[in-house]
Ligand binder design. Sequence first.
Ligand SMILES: NC(=O)c1ccc[n+]([C@@H]2O[C@H](COP(=O)([O-])OP(=O)(O)OC[C@H]3O[C@@H](n4cnc5c(N)ncnc54)[C@H](OP(=O)(O)O)[C@@H]3O)[C@@H](O)[C@H]2O)c1
Length: 258
Amino acid sequence: MAAVKACNVLITGANRGLGLEMVKQLLEVNCPKRNIFAGCRDPIGPKCAELKELAKKHPSIITIVHLDVNDPCSIKESAKTVGSLLGESGLNLLVNNAGVLSPGTMLSTPDEDMHKAFNTNIMGPLIVIKEYLPYLRTAAKACGESGMSCDKAAIVNISAVLGSMTSLPSWYSQFPAFSYNVSKAGLNMITVCAALEFKTDEILCVAIHPGWVSTDMGGEKAPMDSRESVERVLHVLSSLTETQHGGFLDYTGKTLPW
Ligand SMILES: NC(=O)c1ccc[n+]([C@@H]2O[C@H](COP(=O)([O-])OP(=O)(O)OC[C@H]3O[C@@H](n4cnc5c(N)ncnc54)[C@H](OP(=O)(O)O)[C@@H]3O)[C@@H](O)[C@H]2O)c1
């Protein structure tokens, strides 16, 4: 199976769920120069224990970075720290994975949940993109070859089919998650705008739906586990070129309607 060979990778929300699984699977690929910057909002708390164990075993590959996507100062500080470690090769792959979901319809969702979804699922990825953009540009330039790929310079926004305006009607009665739906639609728009703005930089931008997965967010009834989802997502990422720039794809590589 093709593998993501990006040397320098940043993943937000890397302490559990799909983010942690992505760290694990990137470690399995033989890539001697790999550096994984694993973002976590509470590196000393119990929810980071597994990631910390992993980082202890692979100190030359994993760097745990304090990164709360709800806190612009934390994002800026993280970018300074990571930037100082990246050197001239820059950041090849940015995965905006951290996300929250609160159930509820338009009428039952408290304003507080709307703010939380917007801050975490829209403002967080947006500020992360802006703060890490200089390092993505460095990586794109350092590559020396034309074209786009996740190994060269890419922004991958982990979105959801529940953010698809076209697909939502078939899901909404089963999974009403109004704040999440609206926020992931917003993240999709960020992906499209980023693709337009960073095209000349040759930074690949895509939104990916990882499937319905049995994480804390996806719940026990989900038909797919994290291992399978991430395997398939990484396989899709390894094959992306400028053809998919600005697209919305699922874990099989199929293009989804907005
Ligand atoms: N699971 C699914 O079925 C599914 C389907 C479609 C899309 N997705 C998307 O996939 C991504 C990962 O979801 P998941 O299933 O792995 O969810 P999860 O198991 O609930 O994990 C969410 C991750 O996001 C982190 N996070 C939340 N708020 C954060 C903040 N303010 N700053 C930094 N990190 C924060 C969490 O950290 P803490 O431990 O600190 O809370 C955790 O690491 C999300 O964007 C989600 O929308 C999931």
